[in-house]
Design a protein around this ligand. Structure first.
Ligand code: NDP
Length: 323
């Protein structure tokens, strides 16, 4: 297998990765960008984005990511479908491999983002596959719950946004939150509270996911599907049951940093650590941007901003180190 060498390799294609690609392309660094598992990142599974500057009427998440991709390619970025399976940052040039290719690079920009967290109760993650009635993406799966009753768990902006979105399809949405105060922004709280189809289950955690086996038409094999949720009150421990056709898990995200374990410094939650005011990681020549290094803001615009910073840090690093 031949090994190709690049000035800059960018891993990830959310707003951070694409912005880094746009800037490094304009700096004539001919970046190679790996799309990763979820091309376009988390914004491809959201609906309308109202807070990205420049779109006064809002823009759909996938459309915004298509624009960024086209812009990066037009400026000269090479975008590859495929997932990076290993990196070696122990010496320069850095090494990187996919299932079928090997590369070396002078600099690396990590923009691998974050993924939805699961509850870890019973089979929530398993049930999210093969039509079991559990999902972490209302805009992807909400359509299947037309006229049905669903629950959303979480109290942040994602849970509120998903609940409001689901009322377009479902007849009732129960928002389950472990406290009696929401974490999400005031505007989203007001929208959810004003929606007559949303009912709040305050101070409740899901203690059990009850399932049933059902046969779908056209298939001999029964599948396991969610039937109801057992809720436990966090103030007095009392139990109750809510019947649901679907459960949407919206309890936050975890950074996609498994590839860099024991190679780059991370915090206790696995977010990459960068030097204050920069995108420099613990390895010289490796930069991180977007949600993979940001447990605080996690917005498309802050991710894009840090992608720009990573590109500029990379360009300066190359000038200083490669002459
Ligand atoms: P957050 O971390 O903000 O919220 C997670 C929520 O899930 C919290 O309410 C938390 O409860 C709850 N939770 C966490 N773990 C569990 C658990 N094991 N069981 C039950 N509940 C749990 O994540 P989000 O994904 O909502 O938002 C992430 C960031 O993205 C935020 O900064 C948000 O503002 C932003 N965002 C912005 C949007 C927009 O501007 N349009 C849309 C969506 C997200 P507790 O509150 O008790 O900790």
């Amino acid at each position: 297998m031949s090994v190709l060498h690049k000035n800059v390799i960018i891993i990830g294609t959310g707003p951070a990765g694409y912005t880094a690609a746009i800037y490094t392309s304009r700096a004539n660094l001919s970046p190679l960008v790996f799309e990763g598992n979820q091309p376009g990142g988390q914004l491809t599974i959201t609906t309308e984005i109202e807070n990205f500057p420049g779109f006064k009427d809002g823009i759909m998440g996938p459309a915004l990511m298509d624009e960024m991709r086209t812009q990066a390619e037009r400026l000269g970025a090479e975008i590859k479908t495929g997932t990076v399976t290993g990196v070696d940052l122990s010496s320069r040039p850095f090494k990187l491999k996919t299932d079928s290719e090997k590369y070396t690079c002078d600099t690396m920009i990590i923009a691998t983002g974050a993924s939805a967290k699961w509850l870890g109760i019973g089979k929530d993650e398993e049930l999210s596959r093969d039509g079991g009635g559990v999902s972490a993406c209302a805009t992807c799966d909400g359509f299947f719950y037309r006229g049905k009753e669903v629950a959303v768990v979480g109290g942040g902006d994602t849970a509120l946004e998903e609940s409001v979105y689901l009322t377009r399809h479902a007849s009732k949405v129960t928002l389950i939150h472990r406290r009696n105060a929401l974490r999400g922004s005031k505007i989203m709280q007001d929208r959810a509270m004003a929606n007559p189809k949303i009912e709040f289950a305050w101070n409740k955690v899901i203690s059990q996911i009850m399932t049933e086996k059902i046969k779908l038409s056209g298939s001999d094999e029964p599948i396991e599907r969610i039937k109801s949720l057992q809720l436990k009150d966090t103030t007095d421990g009392s139990l109750s049951e809510v019947r649901v056709d679907g459960l949407f898990v919206a309890i936050g995200h975890q950074p996609n940093t498994a590839l860099f374990k024991n190679q780059l410094a991370m915090d206790q939650n696995g977010y990459l650590l960068v030097e204050k005011g920069s995108t420099r990681t613990s390895v010289s020549g490796v930069f991180a941007c977007g949600d993979v290094q940001d447990p605080h803001y996690r917005q498309a615009i802050t991710a894009a901003g840090s992608g720009c910073m990573a590109a500029i840090d990379t360009e300066r690093w190359l000038i200083e180190n490669n002459g």
